[in-house]
Ligand binder design. Structure first.
Ligand code: SF4
Length: 332
């Protein structure tokens, strides 16, 4: 698909922490900074892959992009509108244009509702009342995701995991969104089913001109799905690049360490390429290392890496990395 370079989604300095500053007895408590000063953009029709270890802030960032959670600082701009400027009514209207698919369809689908009611719910929330039109739309989206209209009266437990995820995708498509946050959408599925759902997502993107934020901890899945990839570590984006450049010439030592730790034979496998465990102590989310957060595990660290926090800087065409190795020398 040819991409429209105008971004559909943009963030600037997005920051989100969890936990209160004081416990019940007024003693100071450490905050978890889940998302830390993240600025990125997603072009219309693009898939931006977001990869990183568990707990690095990927899902929180996805939630912030569609205002399922509010940021502490920074802004999200969706199709030219700052989400923080919108009142409840305006936000509700805009919400029709973005949807989220979660990892586990078992828990995201109400087991007491029929497929018809689940898929129709966004339409009724949006004010649709014509039952015939709702039934027609539900049948259309179910067929679009590969399920027949005869399945409408059944309940989620009567379907396989892959079919349940198709129901969740159908529900997200019902009101014709522009942007989907796909939060580990195939991680709970068998490997054979994963490929079918990934291909379905690609087909739907092409057919309906969708824009995706695709979150995963599986590098093969991220590579298969993404036009560009952002690598996250302790709430910060350490590297952002087109998918091909990131895999051919990763620049950040963290990305390099991840890719080097994956055997080349496994690299060619389209499934099961999980993030490897890398050496060094796992970082603390409540008290991240000073300077570059990756410095305790970095094979290339320099003395100043424990003092200075690097910002994302351009290191190639449409390729940026946050590492002091790529500092621009000051002009004489
Ligand atoms: Fe390694 Fe220093 Fe670069 Fe951090 S800034 S990734 S510690 S070289």
């Amino acid at each position: 698909m040819s991409l429209d370079p105008a971004p559909l989604v943009q963030t600037a300095g997005l920051t989100k922490s969890f936990g209160s500053r004081h416990d019940l007895f007024g003693r100071p408590r450490l905050l978890v900074r889940a998302v830390d000063d993240v600025s990125l953009s997603i072009a219309r029709g693009e898939t931006l892959g977001l990869v990183g270890e568990s707990g690095c802030g990927k899902s929180t960032l996805g939630n912030l992009l569609i205002r399922l959670e509010d940021a502490d600082n920074g802004e999200v701009v969706f199709d030219g509108q700052r989400l923080t400027d919108l009142n409840e009514r305006e936000l509700r209207r805009l919400r029709r244009r973005f949807q989220i698919i979660f990892q586990d369809p078992q828990s995201s689908l109400d087991p007491r509702m029929t497929v018809r009611a689940i898929v129709a719910e966004p339409l009724t929330v949006a004010g649709w009342s014509d039952r015939a039109k709702i039934a027609e739309r539900v049948a259309f989206v179910l067929e679009t995701v590969g399920l027949g209209r005869e399945q409408m009266s059944r309940f989620p437990h009567e379907f396989s995991g892959g079919q349940r995820q198709r129901i969740a995708i159908a529900r997200a498509l019902t009101i014709n969104p522009d942007f989907l946050v796909l939060d580990e959408p195939t991680s709970a599925l068998d490997v054979s089913v994963q490929a079918q759902v990934l291909n379905l997502l690609k087909e739907l993107q092409e057919r309906f001109s969708l824009t995706y934020l695709f979150i995963s901890h599986n590098m093969a899945v991220i590579r298969y799905m993404s036009d560009r990839i952002a690598v996250m570590y302790l709430g910060r984006t350490l590297e952002v690049a087109p998918s091909a450049s990131l895999f051919a010439a990763p620049r950040h030592p963290y990305t390099r360490t991840l890719l080097q730790a994956i055997p080349s034979v496994v690299r060619r496998e389209p499934a099961g390429w999980e993030l490897p465990i890398i050496e060094g102590d796992p970082p603390s989310q409540t008290s991240p290392p000073p300077g570059c957060h990756f410095h305790p595990r970095c094979p290339l660290r320099m003395p100043e890496c424990s003092v200075t926090q690097p910002a994302l800087a351009q290191v190639g065409l449409d390729h940026s990395a946050a590492c002091l190795l790529y500092r621009v020398a000051p002009q004489e």
